[in-house]
Design a protein around this ligand. Sequence first.
Ligand code: ATP
Ligand code: MG
Length: 474
Amino acid sequence: MSKSRPFDEDLYRTLANSSQAGVYILQDGKFQFANPHIQEYAGYTEGEMLGMDSLSLIHPVDRAPARKNAIRMLKGQRFSPYEFRIITGDGRTKWILESVTSIHYGGRPAVLGNSMNITEQKEARNRLEELEALESSILDAIPHAVIGLHNRVFNFANNAVKSVFGWRPEELIGKDVRLLYRNDREYEEIADLFYSALEKQRTFHTEFPCRRKDGVEIICMVRASRIGETLRERRIVVTYEDITERIQAEKELEHSRQELRNLSAHQQTVREEERTRIAREIHDELGQTLTALKMDIAWLKHRLPAGLNPLHAKMRQMSTLADATIETVHRIATELRPGLLDDLGLAAAIEWQAADFQSRSGIVCSAVLAADDLELDRDLATSLFRIFQETLTNIARHAGATRTEVRLERNGDRIVLTVADNGRGITKKQSENDRAFGIIGMRERAHLWGGELSITGSRNEGTKVTVAIPLPRP
Ligand SMILES: Nc1ncnc2c1ncn2[C@@H]1O[C@H](COP(=O)(O)OP(=O)(O)OP(=O)(O)O)[C@@H](O)[C@H]1O
Ligand SMILES: [Mg+2]
């Protein structure tokens, strides 16, 4: 027995030195032997380790539990290896998995330790746990229902399925996704949509009617993406966003916009009709009465005896006054509604308005009317004429221009009116101001006919207003 001992020790040393595990022997808590592997991960040389107190290598926090586990294992009360952290020679923390056995060494009781550096595995596991925690907190922070499906069966659901659908997540797991839809037909329809789209692309979304647990129907924005490169396993993730209220609000908004448009169209028609009626009345009634009055004055003038000079002078004044009044009545009637518009059409009315504007404002106004043979709808002609009048008013009031040019032309299947001046130029801010009611009115008139109005200005080079309205197909 004693003969073979040196041979055995050599063998064991060789075994220990070539081991991929950390092998060491302790006596009285101090290292008597440490193989190269443990030296390497502990970061100490053999010389430094021999005689070192083994507990001093362990992380202070883990010292007591590691010691307790070692004692229990040595007493046969524990069989599985235990984990703890060490602080290496260069100050790093590493995770160690260890088991210990009692042996005799040099004729005295000793502890044989077997250890493994599990730092990398431990860190990978921690990262994975962190990722999983992050994943579930992200999923719970999302206000949309997020579910995982495998062959149309729930294998995952986040907390928001409760607020969107009224189901608790655990109620859904293992069930068929049919639960979220209104009927079998729609359920098949959306499944077809998803699975055929996701064959070709990674993600797909659509608006779709769904049903809550309490039976209430909702509209959802449903977005799906497949898990993995192909759809072979039919594993997908789907999110549902309840957009019922948004859609309702959009509908109501569109409805009230339409109502407002109708109302404004109606008011414009009523206003134009009213103006036409008043213009006709003023022209016919007042005009005729005044003409009669003028004829009476002339009659009287001829019959006045000569020599009554003051009376003759009065008569002349009365006659002049009657002429001026007739002219005023005529002007008011024309301003209310130019008869030309009804009698000779838009081009003639624009030409007259341009000349009138020039003589009143002193701003040169040239008109190029290339569409004067067009037979326009009476209301459309009125709209274009009113837009034209508003642009002239704006030029007189804001532009500081000396020249303006108006063009009326046909461009394909659209009629286009352009009014350009050489004034200070409107700014974007002015033309897009939501209190620019003149401009809003012009735009609204153009929209009523399915057309568009654009206003551009460049500083000190003028402003250009363009209205384009599609012509009805013949
Ligand atoms: N031809 C133009 N040249 C320069 N600025 C203009 C011109 N036309 C309009 N603007 C600017 O755009 C603004 C908005 O015009 P808009 O016709 O909407 O309102 P307004 O003429 O001020 O008032 P109203 O409601 O009586 O028409 C004007 O106040 C003016 O500053
Ligand atoms: Mg204006």
